[in-house]
Write a protein that binds this ligand. Structure first.
Ligand code: GDP
Ligand code: GDP
Length: 461
């Protein structure tokens, strides 16, 4: 049976437009006899090499319902029940409205896999709407334009991640450790490059406007360094700047273009999501700049969360430290908050810096390289299973429905970030809390702090 997809969302976000694009032809809107619900219809759809069915929600309206909202609700619920995957669409041009929350709530309650889509991103200023979509709690929004076809590759990938997972469901159940993205495939990294200490470490600096990114980048690769001999020499290409730091080759994502633009135009008020994503995808290590005088803004957390979900090696810096009075106290508070608000990368390195004076930048670079090393860490299978045996003996997995779960074997199947496969008797019954217990043990025993860890549960037979 084909994989079934439902496109849901409030009226006018662009569902029919996407439907038509996926199905590849205009479906005539048939005017049925009022009050008569047409047969549920599904249409074969295609997105690059993916084939699936899309449920035509237009046929599912409960025409007898008194209000538009009630009609939409019925249609939405039926479609979701029938679907293997829900595409939940918002209009990034309009931004989030209360109706989006209503529909998101229906989607959440049904518990089906969801791909969140922010449509109409062809329109200027839609970035803010895309970013808002994060707050629905349905994962990372895929930015598209149904009308113009932008973002279809990303949409394909997002659907494929779930469709592939469902196809394998009887054998493998991916459990995103500590809130990683559902649909993240720990196995996906088939062509994982071997760790090569001579290869440049790719670093990006991101953060909300005015956090001090440009100042920090300038301090790192400023003119002074350019003039201090071949060791510190800089080469620049269209997207990156390369130089050496304590003998290590570093490639920094170059936001110079953006900076120049920002200087000419009025200061960018809004975070550029596209630029942030581009930087994150370029990077291995992402330096997330917080303004220490106003830390933990909602956007700060969204950005940090995005970096972690994308599986990058994060380092937080508290910039403008020169403006902080009670430094010791403030640092303790900020670090405690970092730990509490970003538990998915427990032990996240958080460094106070002043981009303006240059203080702390060496510590920041040390933290970047240390995190990069952990992110690349490979734990040998022997020690891993000796630890697993001890950990499960100390605290055995619980019984579910009267039968005790058994944990058998663990191996590291991936680095960048570390990903582990755990063989156990009934993956589908394994509680998240127990997986968290194991992840914490892994961190402490093998010193894997400050990066996300992913676990895939597999049946042991
Ligand atoms: P539905 O009610 O959710 O099915 O929305 P429709 O598909 O009927 O689209 C509602 C309106 O948004 C129509 O005027 C579309 O032309 C427009 N629209 C849909 N997708 C896009 C898009 O990607 N960009 C822009 N600018 N407009 C779009
Ligand atoms: P961006 O938008 O993130 O690139 O931020 P900028 O680098 O343009 O910095 C925004 C403002 O913060 C500018 O006025 C900077 O001079 C100021 N700033 C940046 N870093 C520091 C710092 O470490 N200390 C202080 N006091 N001000 C800073």
């Amino acid at each position: 049976m084909a994989f079934k997809v439902a496109i849901v969302g409030r009226p006018n976000v662009g569902k029919s437009t996407l439907f038509n694009r996926l199905v590849g032809r205009r479906i005539a809107l048939v005017d049925d006899t009022p009050g008569v619900t047409r047969d549920r219809r599904v249409h074969p759809a295609r997105l690059q090499n993916l084939r699936f069915d899309v449920i035509d929600t237009a046929g599912l309206e409960d025409a007898a319902a008194p209000t538009l909202e009630a009609r939409m609700r019925t249609q939405t619920e039926i479609a979701i029940d029938e679907a293997d995957l829900v595409i939940f669409m918002i209009d990034a041009k309009a931004g989030l409205v209360p109706d989006d929350q209503t529909f998101a709530e229906i989607v959440r309650r049904k518990g089906k896999p969801v791909v969140l889509v922010a449509n109409k991103t062809d329109v200027r200023g839609a970035e803010a709407g895309v970013f808002d979509a994060w707050s629905l709690g349905l994962g990372e929004p895929v930015a598209v334009s149904s009308e113009h076809g932008n973002g279809m590759v990303e949409l394909r990938d997002a659907i494929a991640a779930v469709a592939g997972e469902m196809a394998e469901e009887t054998e493998t159940k991916e459990v995103p450790a500590e809130g990683a993205l559902a649909g993240d495939d720990v196995d996906a990294d088939a062509e994982e490059p071997a760790y090569d200490p001579d290869k440049p470490v790719r670093i990006a600096v991101i953060g909300r406007p005015n956090a001090g990114k440009s100042t920090l980048i300038n301090a790192l690769i400023g003119e002074e360094r350019m003039l201090t001999g071949p060791e510190a020499g800089i080469t620049r290409d269209s997207i990156s700047v390369e130089w050496r730091w304590r003998g290590r080759s570093i490639k920094l994502f170059d936001t110079a273009g953006m900076r120049r633009k920002a200087r000419v135009q009025a200061k960018l008020e809004k975070l550029s999501v596209a630029e942030t994503l581009r930087a994150i995808r370029f990077a291995e290590v992402v330096i997330i700049v917080f303004d220490a005088t106003m830390p933990f803004d909602k956007q700060d957390l969204q950005i940090a969360d995005l970096v972690i979900r994308e599986g990058r090696a994060p380092v937080v810096v508290f910039n403008k430290w020169d403006l902080i009075e009670d430094r010791e106290q403030t640092l303790a508070e900020l670090r405690e908050k970092t730990e509490r608000l970003l538990p998915q990368a427990r032990g996240l390195r958080a460094i106070p810096v002043s981009a303006e004076t240059g203080r702390g930048l060496d510590k920041m670079m040390e933290a970047a390289l240390a995190t990069h090393a952990v992110w690349n860490r490979r734990v040998p299978t022997g020690p891993l299973n000796r630890w697993l045996e001890a950990a499960t003996a100390r605290h055995p997995p619980p019984a579910v429905a009267g039968r005790r779960l058994k944990v058998k074997y663990m191996s590291q199947i991936k680095t960048r970030p570390p990903g582990f496969a755990l063989s156990c008797s009934r993956p589908e019954a394994m509680p998240q809390a127990y997986v968290r217990y194991l992840v914490n043990g892994l961190r402490e025993t093998f010193d894997i702090f400050g990066v996300p860890i992913r676990i895939a549960l597999r049946t042991s037979e």
